[in-house]
Design a protein around this ligand. Structure first.
Ligand SMILES: [Mn+2]
Length: 438
């Protein structure tokens, strides 16, 4: 039987829906890597959140009739013995009704024949336009069928709304079972970084460290990464989404690692920056300490009642103040803050939500004034990236540092889900001395 939690989520969503409405959510299509060879399948997170169903070519619908009667609807692939032999074991309609607790289930290939009958007479359709080409086609076909028939017996819903504000609002606050999975994802990701630290030497390629991290994730039951791993040595660390990972790691460099696993659908996001030879030199140490202190300050500030905007303001003031002291920035601190001069060295956001997606609840991703409350999970990721062409004292050029943890907002503050990955300078340096005997 389906876990109760999926049913609770559907009920919570139904409460938010307009009377006389239907919400339509499509599963993700298979993505082709080359020729007939697909990428590993990953379900659409919203579809998963409401169904726990991992097949492509499916549509989940929730209907709220005007008399507050609720029904659920699924179109999915038919069970097929021939396909099963090739490893494609679709559950089909009969099992879907039981396993996924839906009232109606129809074969996917009949969606254009049947969907319009479920829209007939309702006032509102919730659909996200332009998410997938095929899903727009299906909705337009159904609406067209109703329009053609309108004069006879069928009637067309007049209102089209986006369901993301409703679903993403629910996803913003994690349940206790989601928190359990996020904790595990955080721990496994942290262990991946610890393995990277153990295996980091000059003379190997960045992708070899990527492989070590992948090994550790798999070893603990996390098959996939939550996003493409970044292993950026030396000045590559100043390229924010560097995923080439194909350069040789050299003595004396810092290596910026941004890697997190996906555990049972839930993401973690960690960045660490390590010195290849086991010791930070003076300029590396100044930059690293600045970023680490910024992270520690944010860890103190994040708690219920504040918001990302307020914490970010404090962190930027701290960074500017410190960079002026280091003579990396020049001028009046208040003026530099006003002019957003920090964007030359820190050009991304301090925090983002995380959950089923690494950038989670994306309908609310721009809303940094949202008041934090227990159950929200977000990252803290201050960074400083000083490109080789920066107009700063030469010893700082080519240094890029990001340190990132994933936290859960709790009743009294926050819980760091990724603290197992060490980040204090003395801890990193002594670990790297001892590691040969580990
Ligand atoms: Mn992040």
């Amino acid at each position: 039987m389906i876990e109760k939690e999926f049913l609770c989520r559907r009920l919570a969503l139904l409460k938010k829906m307009e009377p006389s409405s239907i919400i339509l959510i499509f599963s993700a299509p298979v993505a082709i890597r080359n020729n007939d060879n697909p990428y590993p399948y990953r379900q659409n997170s919203d579809f998963w959140y409401l169904t726990g169903f991992n097949e492509p070519e499916a549509m989940f619908g929730l209907i709220k009739n005007s008399d507050n009667c609720y029904k659920s609807l699924l179109f999915n692939r038919s069970h097929n013995r021939q396909a099963q032999i090739w490893g494609q074991n679709y559950i089909g309609q009969e099992s879907a009704r039981m396993q996924l607790a839906v009232d109606y289930a129809f074969p996917w290939e009949s969606i254009n024949d049947h969907l319009h009958l479920f829209l007939d007479g309702l006032k509102t359709i919730y659909h996200v336009e332009k998410q997938y080409y095929f899903s727009d086609q299906i909705i337009f076909t159904a609406l067209e069928k109703l329009r053609i028939n309108q004069k006879k017996t069928l009637s067309v819903p007049k209102i089209l709304l986006d369901w993301r504000p409703l679903v993403h609002e629910l996803r913003l606050i994690k349940s206790s079972s989601e928190i359990t999975l996020l904790r595990k994802a955080g721990l496994i990701s942290a262990l991946g970084h610890m393995r990277a630290l153990k295996k980091l030497f000059h003379g190997i390629h960045e992708y070899q460290i990527e492989g070590e991290i992948q090994y550790e994730f798999n070893h603990h039951g996390a098959r996939w990464t939550a996003y493409n791993t970044i292993i950026a040595s030396g000045e590559n660390s100043c390229i924010l989404h560097y995923t080439d990972n194909n350069k040789l790691i050299k003595n004396g460099q810092l290596v910026l690692i941004d890697a997190g696993c996906e555990f049972q659908g839930y993401a973690s996001d960690i960045s660490r920056t390590f010195p290849v030879n086991g010791k930070f030199n003076a300029p590396q140490r100044f930059i690293y300490t600045t970023v680490l202190n910024a992270l520690n300050l944010a860890l103190k500030l994040y708690q219920p009642g504040t918001n990302i905007y307020t914490v970010t303001k404090t962190i930027i003031a701290f960074l500017v103040h410190r960079l002026v002291q280091l003579k990396i920035m020049q001028g009046d601190v208040q003026q530099l803050i006003k002019d957003k001069a920090i964007e030359q060295f820190f050009m991304h956001k301090l925090s983002h939500w995380i959950g089923l997606d690494v950038h989670d609840s994306n309908y609310y991703s721009q809303d940094d004034r949202r008041i934090l409350q227990p159950g929200m999970v977000l990252t803290i990721e201050p960074g400083l990236y000083i490109t080789t062409d920066s107009n700063v004292p030469s010893e700082y050029r080519g240094i890029g540092v990001r340190i990132e943890d994933t936290i859960l907002i709790t009743k009294n503050g926050n819980e760091n889900l990724t603290s197992t990955a060490i980040k204090k300078i003395n801890e990193i340096e002594s670990f790297m001395v001892k590691r040969k005997s580990l």
